[in-house]
Design a binder for this molecule. Structure first.
Ligand code: C2E
Ligand code: MG
Ligand code: MG
Ligand code: MG
Length: 293
């Protein structure tokens, strides 16, 4: 009877399963074509030093310029990229683009400018990226390893695969900086912040959006910032959309901010334009006017 039931269940779900598999296979093939035909793009979202109001970093965010469906956000293809293994190649490409861009921006007279790239746990597992190639690439471009910040989520730090923590620690040993993305939404303990010697915490937008007066939002942000500073970690608030949120974060001692209030993710050309606009006028040599952050 059980066998009979099982077979019935299988028959019942089969058409639906086949359809899901078909859609997935189509997406995988399309994404593979996209990579081969240079349909991936990178946008950069400025990160602002809240004390000076200037752009001192940017986050690289991948997009897919789909021939029919237009510009697609990562939500529409990153999980397919991960489960198909394509994330490794895509992630390496994003890394190289980010490195080339940070080289350009540092040469504009901002030697401390950094670009962050997002990495998922897949990229640190055994069949993942060869992180030594990232370091070699930075060296080829004559960039310090800390020109690039690696953004990871709390669950990556909790990943039980040995390769994940080994690779993270190796990158840090090479002086690449680590930023903990979406902080507060996972299960990361303070012990992990210490173990991985995290450089930045990015406060998740869900906390920032609760920053209107009279809610827990302010208390939570203040607590995260105080804890981070005790551990010598800088704080980036993500998803800042209103002047009120910015004021509350500044009052709480937040170091850096990112969000639509300052800028949406923009093209490399637009980012370069904005950065040139905030540089002091070039009277003499750029060296005298080097701006740091
Ligand atoms: P994330 O790393 O947390 O990136 C921040 C997301 O918030 C971005 O979405 C950004 O466009 C959006 N955002 C920024 N400011 C605001 C704001 O003020 N309001 C609102 N509502 N949203 C804001 P995006 O570009 O769609 O990226 C989504 C996620 O995709 C990223 O979240 C990241 O986890 C992932 N991702 C992006 N690029 C890559 C990549 O190259 N590799 C990997 N593995 N993941 C990536
Ligand atoms: Mg991120
Ligand atoms: Mg985030
Ligand atoms: Mg460090």
């Amino acid at each position: 009877a059980a066998k009979q039931q099982g077979r019935n269940r299988f028959n019942y779900f089969a058409p639906f399963m086949q359809e899901a598999t078909r859609v997935r296979m189509t997406l995988v093939n399309e994404l593979r074509e996209a990579v081969n035909h240079d349909e991936l793009r990178i946008l950069f979202q400025p990160i602002i030093d809240l004390a000076s109001g200037k752009i001192c970093k940017a986050e690289a965010l991948v997009r897919w310029q789909h021939p029919v469906r237009g510009l697609l956000n990562p939500a529409e293809f990153i999980s397919i990229a991960e489960s198909s293994g394509m994330i490794v190649g895509i992630g390496d490409w994003v890394f190289k683009q980010a490195a080339r861009e940070v080289q350009k921006l540092q040469a504009l007279g901002l030697p401390d400018f950094q670009i962050s790239v997002n990495k998922s746990a897949w990229q640190f597992r055994d069949n993942g990226s060869n992180y030594e190639q990232w370091l070699d690439f930075l060296q080829e471009l004559h960039l310090d390893a800390n020109s690039i910040i690696i953004e990871v989520t709390e669950n990556l730090l909790l990943d039980t695969a040995n390769s994940v923590s080994e690779r993270m620690l190796a990158l840090q040993h090479a002086h690449m900086q680590i930023s903990l993305d979406d902080f507060g939404t996972g299960y990361c303990s303070v012990a992990f912040l210490r173990r991985f010697d995290i450089d930045y915490i990015k406060i998740d937008p869900t906390f920032v959006s609760n920053l209107s007066n009279g809610t827990d939002g302010v208390v939570l942000c203040e607590a995260i910032i105080a804890m981070a500073h005790k551990l010598d970690i800088k704080v980036i608030a993500e998803g800042i959309e209103t002047p009120q949120q910015l004021a509350a974060l500044t009052a709480a001692g937040c170091d850096l901010g990112q969000g639509y209030l300052f800028s949406k993710p923009i093209s490399a050309e637009e980012l370069e334009k904005q950065i040139k606009n905030q540089l002091p006028p070039v009277n003499n040599s750029l060296d005298i006017h080097r701006t740091t952050c």
